[in-house]
Design a binder for this molecule. Structure first.
Ligand code: GLN
Length: 454
Protein backbone atom coordinates (compact mmCIF):
# COMPACT_ATOMS: atom_id res chain seq x y z
CA UNK A 1 0.00 0.00 0.00
CA UNK A 2 2.90 2.39 0.63
CA UNK A 3 4.11 1.61 -2.92
CA UNK A 4 0.63 2.28 -4.29
CA UNK A 5 0.52 5.61 -2.42
CA UNK A 6 3.89 6.53 -3.97
CA UNK A 7 2.54 5.70 -7.40
CA UNK A 8 -0.82 7.44 -7.34
CA UNK A 9 -1.07 9.99 -4.55
CA UNK A 10 0.45 12.83 -6.57
CA UNK A 11 -2.55 12.44 -8.91
CA UNK A 12 -5.31 12.15 -6.28
CA UNK A 13 -3.85 13.79 -3.14
CA UNK A 14 -5.56 11.64 -0.52
CA UNK A 15 -2.85 12.12 2.10
CA UNK A 16 -1.56 15.14 4.01
CA UNK A 17 1.04 13.09 5.84
CA UNK A 18 2.40 9.61 5.11
CA UNK A 19 3.89 7.89 8.15
CA UNK A 20 6.12 5.33 6.41
CA UNK A 21 8.24 4.54 9.47
CA UNK A 22 5.30 4.27 11.84
CA UNK A 23 3.39 2.04 9.41
CA UNK A 24 6.32 -0.31 8.80
CA UNK A 25 7.00 -0.46 12.55
CA UNK A 26 3.37 -1.36 13.31
CA UNK A 27 3.35 -3.99 10.55
CA UNK A 28 6.59 -5.52 11.82
CA UNK A 29 5.19 -5.70 15.34
CA UNK A 30 2.24 -7.74 14.04
CA UNK A 31 4.60 -10.05 12.11
CA UNK A 32 6.83 -10.48 15.17
CA UNK A 33 3.81 -11.33 17.31
CA UNK A 34 2.66 -14.00 14.88
CA UNK A 35 6.22 -15.38 14.57
CA UNK A 36 6.42 -15.76 18.35
CA UNK A 37 3.11 -17.61 18.44
CA UNK A 38 0.86 -14.85 19.88
CA UNK A 39 -2.71 -14.71 18.63
CA UNK A 40 -3.37 -11.57 16.54
CA UNK A 41 -4.79 -8.65 18.57
CA UNK A 42 -7.91 -8.46 16.36
CA UNK A 43 -9.24 -9.72 13.00
CA UNK A 44 -7.78 -6.52 11.50
CA UNK A 45 -4.24 -6.93 12.85
CA UNK A 46 -1.80 -5.99 10.10
CA UNK A 47 -4.42 -4.36 7.86
CA UNK A 48 -3.45 -0.86 6.64
CA UNK A 49 -5.71 2.14 7.26
CA UNK A 50 -5.90 5.82 6.28
CA UNK A 51 -6.82 8.14 9.17
CA UNK A 52 -8.65 11.45 8.70
CA UNK A 53 -6.43 14.29 9.86
CA UNK A 54 -8.98 15.49 12.43
CA UNK A 55 -8.09 12.71 14.90
CA UNK A 56 -5.02 13.23 17.05
CA UNK A 57 -2.01 10.96 16.60
CA UNK A 58 0.77 11.04 19.19
CA UNK A 59 4.03 12.09 17.53
CA UNK A 60 2.41 12.40 14.09
CA UNK A 61 1.24 15.79 12.72
CA UNK A 62 -2.47 16.65 12.89
CA UNK A 63 -3.57 19.68 10.89
CA UNK A 64 -7.35 19.37 10.39
CA UNK A 65 -6.64 20.66 6.88
CA UNK A 66 -5.87 24.09 8.36
CA UNK A 67 -2.91 26.46 8.37
CA UNK A 68 -3.87 27.10 11.97
CA UNK A 69 -2.44 23.73 13.02
CA UNK A 70 0.39 23.44 10.48
CA UNK A 71 3.33 21.73 12.16
CA UNK A 72 1.37 20.80 15.30
CA UNK A 73 2.34 17.39 16.66
CA UNK A 74 -0.18 16.18 19.26
CA UNK A 75 1.16 14.81 22.54
CA UNK A 76 -1.64 12.22 22.74
CA UNK A 77 -3.65 9.72 20.71
CA UNK A 78 -7.41 10.04 20.16
CA UNK A 79 -9.27 7.05 21.60
CA UNK A 80 -10.03 5.92 18.02
CA UNK A 81 -6.30 6.07 17.20
CA UNK A 82 -5.37 4.22 20.40
CA UNK A 83 -7.92 1.47 19.70
CA UNK A 84 -6.66 1.05 16.14
CA UNK A 85 -3.09 0.70 17.37
CA UNK A 86 -4.13 -1.77 20.10
CA UNK A 87 -5.94 -3.86 17.46
CA UNK A 88 -2.74 -4.05 15.36
CA UNK A 89 -4.20 -1.90 12.57
CA UNK A 90 -1.40 -0.27 10.56
CA UNK A 91 -1.93 3.49 10.23
CA UNK A 92 -0.47 4.57 6.88
CA UNK A 93 -0.92 8.29 7.38
CA UNK A 94 -3.33 11.20 7.74
CA UNK A 95 -5.87 12.05 5.07
CA UNK A 96 -6.91 15.33 3.50
CA UNK A 97 -10.12 17.09 4.54
CA UNK A 98 -11.99 20.36 4.34
CA UNK A 99 -10.58 22.75 6.93
CA UNK A 100 -11.85 21.68 10.38
CA UNK A 101 -14.31 19.38 8.53
CA UNK A 102 -16.35 22.25 7.05
CA UNK A 103 -17.32 21.39 3.51
CA UNK A 104 -18.47 18.76 1.05
CA UNK A 105 -15.61 18.62 -1.45
CA UNK A 106 -12.15 18.98 0.29
CA UNK A 107 -11.79 22.22 -1.64
CA UNK A 108 -11.71 24.05 1.71
CA UNK A 109 -8.50 22.25 2.68
CA UNK A 110 -5.63 24.71 3.12
CA UNK A 111 -3.43 22.13 1.37
CA UNK A 112 -5.35 21.79 -1.89
CA UNK A 113 -8.19 19.45 -2.87
CA UNK A 114 -8.24 15.67 -3.18
CA UNK A 115 -9.41 14.29 -6.53
CA UNK A 116 -12.01 11.63 -7.20
CA UNK A 117 -10.26 8.54 -8.63
CA UNK A 118 -13.30 7.93 -10.90
CA UNK A 119 -12.65 11.27 -12.62
CA UNK A 120 -9.85 13.45 -11.28
CA UNK A 121 -11.62 16.63 -12.43
CA UNK A 122 -14.32 15.88 -9.86
CA UNK A 123 -14.55 16.14 -6.09
CA UNK A 124 -14.29 13.00 -3.91
CA UNK A 125 -16.82 14.43 -1.44
CA UNK A 126 -16.09 16.10 1.85
CA UNK A 127 -15.14 16.82 4.41
CA UNK A 128 -13.54 13.36 4.50
CA UNK A 129 -12.59 13.30 0.82
CA UNK A 130 -9.03 12.17 1.57
CA UNK A 131 -10.29 9.00 3.23
CA UNK A 132 -12.77 8.17 0.44
CA UNK A 133 -10.08 8.87 -2.18
CA UNK A 134 -7.60 6.57 -0.42
CA UNK A 135 -10.18 3.74 -0.57
CA UNK A 136 -11.29 4.32 -4.14
CA UNK A 137 -7.68 4.65 -5.39
CA UNK A 138 -6.73 1.42 -3.60
CA UNK A 139 -4.20 3.24 -1.42
CA UNK A 140 -5.78 1.70 1.70
CA UNK A 141 -8.45 -0.96 2.30
CA UNK A 142 -9.79 0.80 5.40
CA UNK A 143 -10.17 4.40 6.49
CA UNK A 144 -11.62 6.48 9.30
CA UNK A 145 -13.84 9.48 8.74
CA UNK A 146 -15.92 11.81 10.87
CA UNK A 147 -19.49 12.75 10.11
CA UNK A 148 -21.02 15.97 11.44
CA UNK A 149 -23.47 16.49 8.59
CA UNK A 150 -22.55 13.79 6.11
CA UNK A 151 -18.76 13.84 5.84
CA UNK A 152 -18.44 10.05 5.94
CA UNK A 153 -21.52 9.12 3.90
CA UNK A 154 -21.38 11.74 1.11
CA UNK A 155 -17.70 11.00 0.25
CA UNK A 156 -18.59 7.28 0.33
CA UNK A 157 -21.50 7.84 -2.07
CA UNK A 158 -19.56 9.83 -4.67
CA UNK A 159 -16.55 7.46 -4.69
CA UNK A 160 -18.44 4.15 -4.70
CA UNK A 161 -17.27 3.16 -1.21
CA UNK A 162 -18.99 2.31 2.09
CA UNK A 163 -19.23 4.94 4.83
CA UNK A 164 -20.89 4.58 8.23
CA UNK A 165 -21.96 7.17 10.77
CA UNK A 166 -22.56 5.15 13.94
CA UNK A 167 -25.12 6.12 16.60
CA UNK A 168 -23.96 9.37 18.26
CA UNK A 169 -21.93 8.35 21.31
CA UNK A 170 -21.16 4.93 19.85
CA UNK A 171 -17.57 5.87 18.99
CA UNK A 172 -15.52 8.08 21.30
CA UNK A 173 -14.92 11.72 20.39
CA UNK A 174 -11.87 11.98 22.67
CA UNK A 175 -9.08 13.39 20.50
CA UNK A 176 -11.45 14.22 17.63
CA UNK A 177 -10.81 17.93 17.13
CA UNK A 178 -14.22 19.41 17.96
CA UNK A 179 -16.24 21.13 15.22
CA UNK A 180 -19.88 20.79 16.25
CA UNK A 181 -19.80 18.66 19.38
CA UNK A 182 -23.45 17.58 19.47
CA UNK A 183 -23.18 16.29 15.87
CA UNK A 184 -19.58 15.06 15.41
CA UNK A 185 -19.20 11.30 15.14
CA UNK A 186 -16.24 9.20 13.94
CA UNK A 187 -16.90 6.08 11.94
CA UNK A 188 -15.59 3.41 9.59
CA UNK A 189 -15.00 3.73 5.83
CA UNK A 190 -14.22 0.70 3.67
CA UNK A 191 -14.86 -0.93 0.31
CA UNK A 192 -17.25 -3.57 1.68
CA UNK A 193 -19.92 -3.59 4.38
CA UNK A 194 -18.23 -6.42 6.27
CA UNK A 195 -14.91 -4.55 6.34
CA UNK A 196 -16.72 -1.51 7.75
CA UNK A 197 -18.37 -3.69 10.40
CA UNK A 198 -15.05 -5.23 11.48
CA UNK A 199 -13.59 -1.73 11.81
CA UNK A 200 -16.69 -0.48 13.66
CA UNK A 201 -16.22 -3.15 16.32
CA UNK A 202 -12.55 -2.17 16.77
CA UNK A 203 -13.19 1.56 17.29
CA UNK A 204 -16.62 1.48 18.97
CA UNK A 205 -17.65 1.14 22.59
CA UNK A 206 -17.75 3.12 25.80
CA UNK A 207 -14.93 5.53 26.65
CA UNK A 208 -14.79 7.23 30.06
CA UNK A 209 -12.71 10.02 28.45
CA UNK A 210 -15.75 11.22 26.44
CA UNK A 211 -18.72 12.37 28.53
CA UNK A 212 -21.10 11.81 25.59
CA UNK A 213 -19.92 8.24 25.02
CA UNK A 214 -22.73 5.72 25.51
CA UNK A 215 -22.16 3.08 28.17
CA UNK A 216 -23.60 0.20 26.14
CA UNK A 217 -22.07 -2.70 24.21
CA UNK A 218 -21.13 -2.11 20.55
CA UNK A 219 -24.11 -3.24 18.44
CA UNK A 220 -23.43 -6.69 16.85
CA UNK A 221 -22.58 -5.24 13.44
CA UNK A 222 -20.20 -7.96 12.22
CA UNK A 223 -22.77 -10.70 12.85
CA UNK A 224 -25.38 -8.57 11.08
CA UNK A 225 -23.13 -8.01 8.05
CA UNK A 226 -22.54 -11.76 7.82
CA UNK A 227 -26.26 -12.46 8.18
CA UNK A 228 -27.10 -9.91 5.48
CA UNK A 229 -24.64 -11.50 3.04
CA UNK A 230 -27.16 -14.31 2.50
CA UNK A 231 -29.24 -11.76 0.56
CA UNK A 232 -32.45 -12.72 2.36
CA UNK A 233 -34.43 -9.80 3.81
CA UNK A 234 -37.66 -11.66 4.46
CA UNK A 235 -39.54 -10.02 7.33
CA UNK A 236 -37.56 -6.76 7.18
CA UNK A 237 -39.69 -3.61 6.86
CA UNK A 238 -38.04 -0.82 4.88
CA UNK A 239 -39.41 2.72 4.73
CA UNK A 240 -38.75 4.93 1.70
CA UNK A 241 -38.51 8.57 2.81
CA UNK A 242 -40.88 10.47 0.51
CA UNK A 243 -39.31 13.90 1.17
CA UNK A 244 -36.00 13.05 -0.52
CA UNK A 245 -36.82 13.38 -4.20
CA UNK A 246 -37.94 15.98 -6.71
CA UNK A 247 -36.26 19.32 -7.38
CA UNK A 248 -32.49 19.34 -7.05
CA UNK A 249 -32.13 15.56 -7.50
CA UNK A 250 -30.44 14.25 -10.63
CA UNK A 251 -32.75 11.90 -12.55
CA UNK A 252 -29.88 9.36 -12.76
CA UNK A 253 -29.61 9.33 -8.96
CA UNK A 254 -33.36 8.87 -8.55
CA UNK A 255 -33.44 6.05 -11.09
CA UNK A 256 -30.59 4.30 -9.29
CA UNK A 257 -32.51 4.71 -6.02
CA UNK A 258 -35.72 3.28 -7.49
CA UNK A 259 -33.75 0.30 -8.81
CA UNK A 260 -32.19 -0.17 -5.36
CA UNK A 261 -35.63 -0.24 -3.73
CA UNK A 262 -36.75 -2.88 -6.23
CA UNK A 263 -33.65 -4.96 -5.43
CA UNK A 264 -34.48 -4.79 -1.72
CA UNK A 265 -38.08 -5.79 -2.45
CA UNK A 266 -36.76 -8.71 -4.50
CA UNK A 267 -34.80 -9.87 -1.44
CA UNK A 268 -38.03 -10.26 0.49
CA UNK A 269 -38.19 -6.90 2.28
CA UNK A 270 -41.57 -5.20 2.72
CA UNK A 271 -41.36 -1.70 1.26
CA UNK A 272 -43.57 1.16 2.50
CA UNK A 273 -43.50 4.89 1.85
CA UNK A 274 -42.90 6.97 4.98
CA UNK A 275 -43.30 10.72 5.25
CA UNK A 276 -40.92 12.62 7.55
CA UNK A 277 -42.24 16.16 6.97
CA UNK A 278 -39.73 17.96 9.20
CA UNK A 279 -36.72 16.55 7.30
CA UNK A 280 -37.32 19.43 4.88
CA UNK A 281 -36.13 21.82 7.59
CA UNK A 282 -33.03 19.80 8.54
CA UNK A 283 -30.61 21.75 6.35
CA UNK A 284 -31.55 25.25 7.63
CA UNK A 285 -31.63 24.01 11.26
CA UNK A 286 -28.20 22.40 10.80
CA UNK A 287 -26.72 25.59 9.37
CA UNK A 288 -27.66 27.43 12.56
CA UNK A 289 -26.75 24.76 15.13
CA UNK A 290 -23.51 23.75 13.42
CA UNK A 291 -22.03 27.29 13.05
CA UNK A 292 -23.15 28.12 16.62
CA UNK A 293 -21.23 25.21 18.08
CA UNK A 294 -18.36 25.85 15.67
CA UNK A 295 -17.99 29.49 16.76
CA UNK A 296 -17.67 28.33 20.35
CA UNK A 297 -15.35 25.36 19.68
CA UNK A 298 -12.96 27.25 17.44
CA UNK A 299 -12.40 29.95 20.07
CA UNK A 300 -9.61 27.67 21.35
CA UNK A 301 -7.46 28.66 18.37
CA UNK A 302 -6.34 31.85 20.04
CA UNK A 303 -2.63 31.88 19.12
CA UNK A 304 -1.77 31.42 22.77
CA UNK A 305 -2.09 27.68 23.37
CA UNK A 306 -0.99 25.88 20.23
CA UNK A 307 -0.66 26.15 16.51
CA UNK A 308 -0.05 29.26 14.45
CA UNK A 309 0.99 32.53 16.12
CA UNK A 310 1.31 35.70 14.06
CA UNK A 311 3.34 38.09 16.21
CA UNK A 312 5.83 39.85 13.89
CA UNK A 313 7.81 42.05 16.23
CA UNK A 314 6.57 41.04 19.65
CA UNK A 315 5.08 44.45 20.44
CA UNK A 316 1.43 43.71 19.73
CA UNK A 317 -1.23 43.24 22.38
CA UNK A 318 -2.69 39.79 23.02
CA UNK A 319 -5.88 40.82 21.23
CA UNK A 320 -3.98 42.04 18.18
CA UNK A 321 -2.00 38.78 18.03
CA UNK A 322 -5.24 36.76 18.26
CA UNK A 323 -6.89 38.78 15.51
CA UNK A 324 -3.85 38.63 13.20
CA UNK A 325 -3.46 34.90 13.77
CA UNK A 326 -7.11 34.08 13.16
CA UNK A 327 -7.12 36.31 10.08
CA UNK A 328 -4.11 34.47 8.62
CA UNK A 329 -4.81 30.97 9.92
CA UNK A 330 -8.49 30.41 9.05
CA UNK A 331 -9.89 30.04 5.55
CA UNK A 332 -13.04 31.70 4.18
CA UNK A 333 -15.53 28.95 5.12
CA UNK A 334 -14.28 28.74 8.71
CA UNK A 335 -14.60 32.52 9.07
CA UNK A 336 -18.08 32.42 7.55
CA UNK A 337 -19.26 29.83 10.10
CA UNK A 338 -17.68 31.63 13.06
CA UNK A 339 -19.47 34.84 12.05
CA UNK A 340 -22.80 33.09 11.40
CA UNK A 341 -22.60 31.21 14.69
CA UNK A 342 -21.59 34.22 16.73
CA UNK A 343 -24.54 36.11 15.28
CA UNK A 344 -27.01 33.26 15.90
CA UNK A 345 -25.90 33.01 19.54
CA UNK A 346 -25.85 36.74 20.27
CA UNK A 347 -28.21 38.33 22.79
CA UNK A 348 -31.49 39.25 21.13
CA UNK A 349 -31.10 36.72 18.31
CA UNK A 350 -30.54 33.56 20.33
CA UNK A 351 -34.21 32.56 20.66
CA UNK A 352 -35.11 33.50 17.10
CA UNK A 353 -32.29 31.50 15.50
CA UNK A 354 -30.51 29.01 17.76
CA UNK A 355 -33.56 28.30 19.93
CA UNK A 356 -35.81 27.85 16.92
CA UNK A 357 -33.32 25.50 15.26
CA UNK A 358 -33.19 23.37 18.41
CA UNK A 359 -36.99 23.04 18.30
CA UNK A 360 -36.79 21.87 14.68
CA UNK A 361 -34.17 19.37 15.79
CA UNK A 362 -36.66 17.89 18.26
CA UNK A 363 -39.32 17.67 15.53
CA UNK A 364 -36.89 15.79 13.27
CA UNK A 365 -36.17 13.31 16.08
CA UNK A 366 -39.94 12.82 16.49
CA UNK A 367 -40.26 12.12 12.75
CA UNK A 368 -37.62 9.41 13.12
CA UNK A 369 -39.37 7.98 16.20
CA UNK A 370 -42.71 7.84 14.37
CA UNK A 371 -41.10 6.24 11.30
CA UNK A 372 -39.26 3.61 13.33
CA UNK A 373 -42.57 2.74 14.98
CA UNK A 374 -43.60 1.43 11.55
CA UNK A 375 -40.41 0.22 9.85
CA UNK A 376 -37.04 -1.33 10.77
CA UNK A 377 -34.89 0.96 8.62
CA UNK A 378 -35.36 3.96 6.33
CA UNK A 379 -33.72 4.35 2.93
CA UNK A 380 -33.02 7.32 0.65
CA UNK A 381 -30.40 8.42 -1.85
CA UNK A 382 -27.26 9.45 0.09
CA UNK A 383 -26.76 12.56 -2.03
CA UNK A 384 -28.95 14.47 -4.51
CA UNK A 385 -26.22 14.39 -7.20
CA UNK A 386 -23.14 12.45 -8.23
CA UNK A 387 -19.65 13.94 -7.81
CA UNK A 388 -19.59 17.51 -9.11
CA UNK A 389 -16.65 19.19 -10.85
CA UNK A 390 -13.84 20.73 -8.84
CA UNK A 391 -14.44 24.49 -8.72
CA UNK A 392 -18.14 24.25 -9.64
CA UNK A 393 -19.52 25.17 -6.20
CA UNK A 394 -16.61 26.92 -4.44
CA UNK A 395 -18.12 30.38 -4.81
CA UNK A 396 -21.63 29.27 -3.90
CA UNK A 397 -21.86 28.10 -0.27
CA UNK A 398 -25.59 27.34 -0.61
CA UNK A 399 -24.96 24.94 -3.50
CA UNK A 400 -22.17 23.30 -1.49
CA UNK A 401 -24.45 22.91 1.55
CA UNK A 402 -27.08 21.09 -0.56
CA UNK A 403 -24.73 18.10 -0.91
CA UNK A 404 -25.81 17.08 2.61
CA UNK A 405 -29.56 17.44 2.14
CA UNK A 406 -30.25 13.75 2.83
CA UNK A 407 -27.54 13.04 5.38
CA UNK A 408 -28.16 15.79 7.96
CA UNK A 409 -31.35 14.47 9.65
CA UNK A 410 -29.43 11.51 11.12
CA UNK A 411 -26.84 13.87 12.61
CA UNK A 412 -29.48 16.10 14.18
CA UNK A 413 -31.21 13.11 15.79
CA UNK A 414 -28.04 11.16 16.67
CA UNK A 415 -29.31 8.07 14.87
CA UNK A 416 -27.00 5.84 12.80
CA UNK A 417 -26.86 5.91 9.00
CA UNK A 418 -24.65 4.48 6.32
CA UNK A 419 -24.01 4.79 2.61
CA UNK A 420 -23.50 1.71 0.46
CA UNK A 421 -22.66 1.79 -3.29
CA UNK A 422 -25.77 1.59 -5.47
CA UNK A 423 -24.11 1.21 -8.86
CA UNK A 424 -23.35 3.89 -11.43
CA UNK A 425 -25.69 6.62 -12.60
CA UNK A 426 -27.07 5.93 -16.10
CA UNK A 427 -26.69 9.68 -16.70
CA UNK A 428 -22.95 10.23 -16.18
CA UNK A 429 -21.49 6.83 -15.24
CA UNK A 430 -20.48 8.03 -11.77
CA UNK A 431 -21.09 6.22 -8.46
CA UNK A 432 -24.37 6.65 -6.56
CA UNK A 433 -24.92 5.84 -2.88
CA UNK A 434 -27.89 4.26 -1.10
CA UNK A 435 -28.42 5.60 2.43
CA UNK A 436 -29.77 3.23 5.09
CA UNK A 437 -30.85 4.75 8.43
CA UNK A 438 -31.68 2.90 11.66
CA UNK A 439 -32.87 3.76 15.18
CA UNK A 440 -30.32 4.75 17.85
CA UNK A 441 -28.18 1.82 19.04
CA UNK A 442 -29.66 -0.44 16.34
CA UNK A 443 -26.70 0.03 13.98
CA UNK A 444 -26.76 -3.70 13.17
CA UNK A 445 -30.06 -3.29 11.26
CA UNK A 446 -28.54 -1.07 8.60
CA UNK A 447 -25.48 -3.32 8.28
CA UNK A 448 -27.72 -6.30 7.59
CA UNK A 449 -29.68 -4.49 4.87
CA UNK A 450 -26.55 -2.95 3.30
CA UNK A 451 -24.69 -6.29 3.27
CA UNK A 452 -27.66 -7.94 1.55
CA UNK A 453 -27.84 -5.14 -0.99
CA UNK A 454 -24.14 -4.83 -1.84
N1 GLN B 1 -20.76 19.35 4.54
C1 GLN B 1 -21.21 19.50 5.89
C2 GLN B 1 -20.65 20.76 6.46
O1 GLN B 1 -19.97 21.44 5.79
C3 GLN B 1 -20.80 18.31 6.70
C4 GLN B 1 -19.48 18.39 7.34
C5 GLN B 1 -19.14 17.21 8.16
O2 GLN B 1 -19.89 16.24 8.26
N2 GLN B 1 -17.98 17.31 8.82
O3 GLN B 1 -20.89 21.08 7.59
Amino acid sequence: HLDRINQVDSAVHAFLHIDTEGALGAARAVDDGIASGQPPASPLAGVPLALKDVLTTKGVPTTCGSKMLEGWVPPYDATVTARLRAAGVVILGKTNMDEFAMGSSTENSAYGPSRNPWDTDRIPGGSGGGSSTALAAFEAPLAIGTDTGGSIRQPGAVTGTVGVKPTYGGVSRYGLVAFSSSLDQAGPCARTVLDAALLHEVIGGHDPLDSTSIDAPVPPVVAAAREGASGDLTGVKIGVVTEFSGDGYQPGVLRSFEAAVETLRGMGAAIVEVSCPNFTYALPAYYLINPSECSSNLARFDAMRYGLRVDDDGTRSAEEVMAATREAGFGAEVKRRIMLGTYALSAGYYDAFYGQAQKVRTLITRDFDAAFGKVDVLVSPTTPTTAFKIGERVDDPMAMYLADLCTIPANLSGTPALSVPSGLSDEDGLPVGLQVMAPALQDQRMYRVAAAFE
